[in-house]
Design a protein around this ligand. Sequence first.
Ligand SMILES: Nc1ncnc2c1ncn2[C@@H]1O[C@H](COP(=O)(O)OP(=O)(O)OP(=O)(O)O)[C@@H](O)[C@H]1O
Length: 266
Amino acid sequence: MSINIRIAGVSHWFASPEDPVLDGVNLNLDAGQTLSIVGESGCGKSTLLHMIAGMLQPRTGRVYVGGQPALAPNPRWNIMFQRSALYPWLTVVKNVALGLEFAGIRKGRRARALAMLERVGLADRADAHPQDLSGGQQQRVALARSLVVSPSVILLDEPFSALDTFTRSDLQAEVLSIVAEQGITLVQVTHDLDEAVIMGDRIAVMERHPGRIHGVIENRMPAPRQPGRPGFAEMRDELLAAFGRARRNPLSTDTRPSQAPVAVNA
Ligand SMILES: Nc1ncnc2c1ncn2[C@@H]1O[C@H](COP(=O)(O)OP(=O)(O)OP(=O)(O)O)[C@@H](O)[C@H]1O
């Protein structure tokens, strides 16, 4: 079942209230939509993702997932990090099946894990151990573990940043296809503007220090959104311009150009 996400007036600080990491973040995502979050290093992207995952509570405001406050981690919304740990003593298929075990699913674990491995192109390595796989293959296993539970929401924190261009492109396409097929709501943090355009129906651009939503761009490109296709370069240029403005105004929104074309449609 698809579910929506609502980030309502979220502010946060770690060390001191005088040094907020997030300030007044509002963002809505419809059920089954995909959102890319971009912004300079340290602007609070991962912090926001942790809040959606229920791993961290904002000092003020609230995150709602499927209408419920995200007060604790939930197996139906899955977070995957840049380097998701696999267990070296378990085979690939057992690592994937662990996702099902964590979600409390008892029956048919191996068959479901194998089907998902097939999906990410690793069925033939099911009985290998993670350390015998390449970095890209290990990320595929981690992805399979996240997706095998048919989560309602998947949260990806730069999952493909260490991968070569071709592997990254394959995995982007595979994630988008699974997400569309299962109606999963996707939030992905990325530093790669091409990836932001490829993955996001909407793209949130953040300012830094404190972390704020500078604007949200509605991605007008129809799927498949691939570099070189009509409209891709325009979307990327629009994003790059918004990113540049967000960087130029890290400490204040007062100097933001009034003609900024970014749709603040949070
Ligand atoms: N647990 C924590 N304790 C103290 N400070 C933290 C903690 N987690 C994050 N921070 C600080 O909060 C700020 C935002 O961090 P966050 O990781 O959310 O940024 P980011 O945009 O994801 O960065 P990057 O793009 O480099 O991954 C940073 O200054 C970081 O040092």
